[in-house]
Design a protein around this ligand. Structure first.
Ligand code: ADP
Ligand code: MG
Length: 222
């Protein structure tokens, strides 16, 4: 009974057929749907195309990780509310109406202020988002909501000063400022640019990871 079809259709309620918001095309990218769950509009990140494939455990892990991150942020205005995991391979959350930040013609100063504040709040709570870009930020009137916590990381307090974590926080901040620069044309001052520039070891690790990912995709990709 614990299936997507079961979750989206409630007896006695108007049924809205799921609407595809984004098709998963790359490796381990989910299909993202909007659907009605218990009369409430919800978003479902669905990895069920990996069921009975060697990648199913990884897909389940992604679902659980994102659910855990959203669970921790429950009650916070800048993340969608977690509704739950459906059948192991789908994650259901509050549907946030509005427009992705990247689609906005003239985002307001308040939007950027909230974006910076949201990133600072995550970091203060030991969480890094790790995938901040304009499509992962939703603007709903004057509420800014960060989406896509699949890559987010939370570490215990004693690990928070580790260089890798400092780097992940720096990278989140660099992405938030990059978004602002792209959408406003404003350039950050020289000091900020220096702080945000990638250290050399980071570039090396990132290039290594990209090579690994390409090899992985060539082996398991579809
Ligand atoms: N809670 C939500 N409310 C509204 N739209 C959403 C929500 N979650 C995702 N979306 C839409 O679906 C797109 C893809 O979702 P996302 O979580 O970013 O998945 P992916 O990991 O494939 O990038 C987002 O860019 C956004 O447009
Ligand atoms: Mg995304």
């Amino acid at each position: 009974m614990n299936t997507l079809a079961h979750a989206t259709g409630m007896p006695g309620r108007p049924f809205e057929a799921p609407v595809l918001l984004k098709e998963g095309t790359r490796l381990l990218e989910p299909d993202v749907y909007r659907a009605l769950i218990r009369g409430q509009l919800a978003v479902i990140k669905d990895y069920s195309r990996y069921r009975r494939t060697p990648l199913a455990p990884l897909a389940r892990l992604l679902v659980r990780r994102e659910a855990r991150a959203l669970g921790r942020l429950r009650g916070w205005a800048h993340a969608p509310m977690l509704l739950g995991i459906v059948g192991g391979l789908s994650l259901a959350m509050e549907f946030v109406p509005g427009e992705p930040l990247g689609a906005q013609r003239r985002p307001s100063e308040e939007t950027f202020r909230q974006l910076r504040g949201a990133v600072a709040h995550l970091h203060a709570n030991g969480i890094t988002h790790n995938d901040l870009h304009p499509a992962n930020v939703m603007v709903n009137g004057d509420r800014v909501v960060l989406l896509d916590f699949a890559s987010a990381l939370r570490v215990p307090r004693w690990m928070r000063h580790a260089p890798v974590l400092r780097e992940l926080r720096r990278s989140d901040l660099a992405n938030a400022i990059k978004i602002e620069r792209r959408l406003t044309g404003r350039t950050p001052g020289q000091f900020v640019s220096q702080v945000l520039a990638d250290p050399r070891w980071v570039t090396a690790v990132r290039d290594g990871w990209k090579r690994f990912y390409r090899g992985f995709k060539a082996t398991f990709g579809h």
